[in-house]
Design a protein around this ligand. Sequence first.
Ligand SMILES: N[C@@H](CCC(=O)N[C@@H](CS)C(=O)NCC(=O)O)C(=O)O
Length: 215
Amino acid sequence: MYKLYNVKAWGSLSIHCLLEEMEVPYTNIWMTPEQVRAPEFRDISPLGMIPALGLPDANTIYESAAIVSFLVAAHPDKHLSPELGSPAYGEFMSLLHFMSTELYPTNTIAFGESGYAETDGQEAFLMARARERADGYWRFLEKRLSASGPWLMGREFSALDPYVFTISIWGRPSEEALHAKFPAIAKLAAALRARAKLKAVLEAHGVLKVGGYGA
Ligand SMILES: N[C@@H](CCC(=O)N[C@@H](CS)C(=O)NCC(=O)O)C(=O)O
């Protein structure tokens, strides 16, 4: 059985949604930010980060994109990605890695959590530049969704959708403001919130309603 190390409305939300959509057995381990930051947690997740997923053989994997890739490859019968190795799978992987290596960390900096700034002025500068860059990334996703939505892979819901949804709830200056700027992202978020399999999870993370993260 999988073990999900989970913090409310943190990056583990996307994996939590994926496990629910897949209907595979897992144990959910709710953690506080303090528990995540405790040195002992690094024995499980070496960078001290969420999400981390314990595998049935007791190894734990980390990095959200690696966890998504692992789960869709381990459970191809759940159809939460295009067929492994197909051209559409290549497109899926491009989007997944774009989101994990560009959008996610840029968003973290836009939040004021760069870890690079020494002064408030530097932090404000970094936040403004990161928000601008994140807007460009959202525009790219918005364009794709407007042309071939409602989901990131078109008509088929996939593991990419809870992933982008999770980043969108952290929208800056707010989720509402992100939705006002990017209507196709707002539409995806509404459609995801309407999925019966995800309601309980979203409720547990406090994000069933728009703006739940900042509330
Ligand atoms: N590259 C990592 C980033 C994960 C990440 O930034 N996680 C944040 C929560 S959303 C975290 O665990 N932060 C630790 C902390 O704030 O102490 C991934 O994609 O899994």
